[in-house]
Design a protein around this ligand. Structure first.
Ligand SMILES: Nc1ncnc2c1ncn2[C@@H]1O[C@H](COP(=O)(O)OP(=O)(O)O)[C@@H](O)[C@H]1O
Ligand SMILES: [Mg+2]
Length: 241
């Protein structure tokens, strides 16, 4: 579903993302783990084509984000960091606006809007101005937008950010429900989220992948204590040889 090949990006000194490669198949929920500044958001922005890489490529079902951008972007639902939104709109207006951008017909759009409002649990604020909504609701309005066209690949940048425990629980349930027929990449700096939601974990440090843990390895690491394993991985790389 997603094939990331040697994505690289520098902002001035040093590489923020340094030759990152991985693939994501249908049914996989992959945790994209790393400390603040590790390069998670930058990688996601390159995959979905809002930031051009210095080198490398990302392919969505074989379509390059560089040479076939619009077709590739149709296959991605992207929840950006912080969830920028139009504050003067209501969630319903926002979703209708997005639907128009995607060229959805009236009936399709109405059905899609109802579906994502239910999935993101924003029904009770659907006709309130976004400006007045709490952070947790705004994140979920942005999520509803990312799900509107029911894309096969989801890139969720810190989806739990700003959610309360009840909302987190609902988000986990939604991700689990969607997992079967999609490929989902979830960035987080919280290890517990990876352990509860993901079948695999890719660990990023200073722009490089330092571990790609398959389900068995992830479970084993979790038994040992994922937190300790993560600290060990990251600090081992920093030790002078
Ligand atoms: N637009 C930008 N301009 C300059 N530096 C940036 C920009 N975006 C990210 N960076 C830098 O790139 C590195 C990776 O950032 P980011 O991808 O946001 O990390 P993460 O999402 O893992 O916290 C950081 O050192 C950050 O300061
Ligand atoms: Mg980030």
């Amino acid at each position: 579903m997603l094939n990331v090949e040697s994505l690289t990006k520098s902002f001035g000194a040093g590489a923020a993302v340094d030759s990152v490669s991985f693939t994501l198949g249908q049914g996989e929920v992959v945790g994209f783990l790393g400390q603040n500044g590790a390069g998670k958001s930058t990688t996601m922005r390159m995959i979905c084509g809002v930031l051009d890489p210095d080198a490398g490529d990302a392919q969505l079902q074989g379509r390059s984000i560089l040479t076939d951008r619009l077709e590739a972007q149709r296959l991605i639902g992207y929840l950006p960091e912080g969830a920028p939104l139009y504050h003067d709109m209501t969630p319903v207006e926002f979703l209708h606006f997005l639907g128009a951008c995607h060229g959805l017909g009236r009936a399709t759009l109405r059905a899609a809007t109802d579906r994502v409002i239910a999935d993101a649990r924003i029904g009770d604020v659907a006709r309130r101005r976004i400006a007045g909504l709490s952070k947790g609701y705004r994140r979920r309005v942005a999520l509803a937008g990312a799900l509107l066209t029911d894309p096969p690949v989801l890139l969720l940048d810190e989806p739990m950010d700003g959610l309360d425990p009840v909302q987190k629980q609902a988000m986990r349930a939604l991700i689990a429900r969607m997992a079967g027929d999609k490929a989902i990449l979830i960035s987080t700096h919280t290890l517990d989220e990876v352990a509860t939601m993901c079948s695999r974990a890719i660990i990023l440090d200073h722009g490089r992948i330092v571990a790609d843990l398959a389900p068995e390895a992830l479970a084993r690491q979790h038994e040992l204590g994922l937190e300790a394993a993560f600290v060990e991985l990251v600090s081992a790389r920093r030790r002078p040889s």
